[in-house]
Design a protein around this ligand. Structure first.
Ligand SMILES: [Fe+2]
Length: 257
């Protein structure tokens, strides 16, 4: 739970679940992709990409904006009810009634807070994923040329090489029960790389002092259209479109903080 003033900040400034979204009265929008829906084939089909980006991700954004609007309305209502309390301080029945209305608002706010957190996580996680994959023809999956020297060195140090990193992340993702994400992360506490999973749409930033470098979407909607129930094939094929250049940039920034 967070307090009402923190809640108001969240609503006015946009969701801050792991990643900061700036701007007062900010409306979250579906990010445009840097590539066409058909350009990740044959790893991900045009049909799957259209569904994933334009339907699933769009739904997170729409639900996030709607939930934030509902929170604003409830917070305004509670502020007005609190103001009314001062005017009826001598009338016990009216005071009780106003208090009950405020309590009812608080209950609704707690539920909306959970919904905002879920949809903000979905928006953050998917936005990061679109940035960290790209068509093979544009360098996607090109480990030889696109991983920076320092990231390559740290992968060797922390995992014993890129193949081990892949095995670890695929293994972690396969072991995830239910929906969630598999992640390659930078751990700010000891300046090391690691792999981890988060459930549902929980973010890496909410899990601890981590920076998400690359995420594998382990929800069925991320692979079922193309891979049916064989998610291992999806986890193994995804490496052909990984944007190592972007991952290296995020890593360098995290290292320099
Ligand atoms: Fe997804």
């Amino acid at each position: 739970m967070i307090g009402k003033s923190a809640l108001r900040t969240l609503v006015n400034n946009g969701a801050k679940i792991g990643v900061r979204f700036g701007g007062a009265r900010f409306k979250h929008t579906l990010p445009e992709l840097a590539y066409g829906y058909d350009e990740l084939e044959p790893v991900l089909s045009k049909k799957l990409m259209m569904l994933h980006h334009d339907k699933h991700h769009r739904a997170y954004v729409t639900n996030l904006n709607n939930s934030i609007e509902q929170m604003k309305t409830l917070l305004d209502s509670s502020a007005a009810l609190t103001g009314k309390q001062e005017g009826v301080s001598g009338d016990k029945n009216k005071l009780e009634s106003l208090r009950n209305e405020i309590l009812a608002n608080d209950k609704k706010l707690a539920e909306l807070q959970r919904i905002v957190g879920f949809n903000a996580g979905g928006h953050i996680n998917h936005s990061l994923m679109w940035d960290t994959i790209k068509p093979t023809k544009n360098g996607g999956g090109d480990e030889g040329n696109e991983i920076s020297a320092s990231l390559s060195k740290q992968i060797s140090r922390d995992f014993g090489g890129i193949d081990n990193l892949k095995k670890l992340l695929v293994g972690k993702s396969m072991g995830l029960m239910g929906s969630g994400w598999g992640w390659l992360v930078f751990d700010y506490n000891n300046k090391s790389l690691g792999v981890m999973t988060t459930a549902n749409q929980d973010t890496v930033g909410a899990a601890g002092n981590y920076e998400a470098l690359f995420g594998i979407d382990a929800w069925e909607h991320a692979y079922y259209v193309d891979y049916n129930n064989v998610k291992l094939d999806f986890y193994q094929n995804i490496w052909k479109i990984v944007n190592w250049k972007k991952i290296s940039e995020t890593y360098e920034k995290a290292m320099s903080k």
